[in-house]
Ligand binder design. Structure first.
Ligand code: BTN
Length: 335
């Protein structure tokens, strides 16, 4: 049974309605004709979509001549399930869902170019070409992780991009620790680590002129319910489930994330860069006195971290005596 109705393009809003209807009536058997008339499709289409949802792991009981009933509340990042938990704030007001996308960042940049509003969120159950920082790929296993991109239209200059990146990391850290109870560290600029391994990465992309930001896309990937990581990643990456030793609700983590991004973004606009950089310094073991190896265009050098400057750059004291404020690149702890 192909899952084609969901495999290309954004998810049909009527599938979202179907999920919402089943969740709202989770304790009862909902007759097929009632579902069909409420969401405005044929009974055959309802049956086909139910089959497709089952293939995605949603447990739905079919009762002959009576209808359908959800067995468990699905952990699908359906807009209606997310919207029900979010207040009326710009971030998450408009949510575009994909069962499969190449990259939610690519979709978000395209939507932003077409005029999508500030706060629009793109989310996918699976990415076929997930993008990481520094030209890497992002491992995007189906229905296990959160793959989301948030479109921001900040009234700020392009120089604000590094602080927006730190802001996103801070928000993700708060959301993940609140939803899981795990101790989460942030490695500059915005990798989240649990027990020294990466659980979340953020790719910030933007469209700007010299002095004006058109939009910023915060692309956030979180390893949530992966039961193991592929061999090439297992030494450096992990999932929330592997660390917490229990399944984690992706819906709950994503709702917490969107709320925290809204809160941190408002804080940045109201109180300026320092409100973010000071909180970032307090939240990361990488801010001060960490021995690191720095990789950037100039090569690899070892040094010690000396705090974050107000623009969001990481200050490094190199072993050869030089000092630098790092605006791009990557740091790895030296043990
Ligand atoms: C990193 O390399 O650490 C950044 C990874 C960012 C991955 C996310 S997943 C959602 C969004 N869409 C993408 O293609 N990439 C980002």
């Amino acid at each position: 049974m192909p899952i084609m109705p969901m495999a290309t393009g954004s998810t049909d809003r009527r599938i979202d309605k179907l999920i919402h209807l089943l969740v709202k009536n989770a304790t009862v058997v909902v007759p097929g004709p009632k579902i069909a008339s409420e969401i405005g499709v044929t009974r055959f289409k309802v049956w086909r979509w139910i089959e497709s949802l089952r293939l995605l792991g949603v447990e739905i009981r079919g009762v002959p001549a009576a209808g359908y009933q959800l067995v468990t509340i699905p952990d699908i990042l359906a807009p209606s399930l997310l919207r029900a938990e979010l207040g009326d704030h710009p971030i998450g007001h408009n949510i575009v869902h994909y069962f499969r996308a190449e990259s939610t960042n690519a979709v978000a940049l395209k939507l932003a170019g077409e005029g999508a509003e500030h706060g629009t969120v793109v989310v996918a159950e699976e990415q076929t070409a997930g993008r990481g920082r520094l030209g890497r790929a992002w491992y995007s296993e189906k229905s296990s992780g959160i793959y989301t991109s948030i479109i921001l239209r900040p009234p700020l200059s392009p120089a604000a991009a590094p602080v927006l990146t730190l802001m996103a990391g801070l928000a993700a850290q708060k959301a993940v620790s609140a939803a899981t109870g795990l101790a989460v560290d942030i490695r500059w600029p915005n990798d989240l680590l649990v027990n020294g391994k990466k659980v979340c990465g953020i790719l910030t992309e933007m469209s700007a002129e010299l002095d004006r930001l058109h939009c910023v896309v915060l692309g956030i990937g979180i390893n949530v319910n992966h039961s193991l990581m592929p061999p090439e990643l297992e030494n450096i990456a992990t999932s929330l489930r592997m660390e917490a030793h229990r399944g984690i609700s992706r819906v709950q983590v994503l709702v917490a994330l969107l709320r925290e991004v809204e809160r941190s973004y408002q804080l940045l606009l109201r109180n300026g860069n320092r409100a973010i950089t000071e909180r970032w310094e307090a939240a990361s073991s990488f801010a001060h006195g960490k021995r690191v190896r720095v990789s950037n265009a100039a090569g690899e050098t070892q040094g010690t971290t000396m705090g974050i400057d107000p623009s969001g750059a990481l200050k490094i004291q190199y072993d050869d005596g030089r000092q630098e404020s790092l605006v791009a690149g990557e740091v790895v702890e030296v043990k």
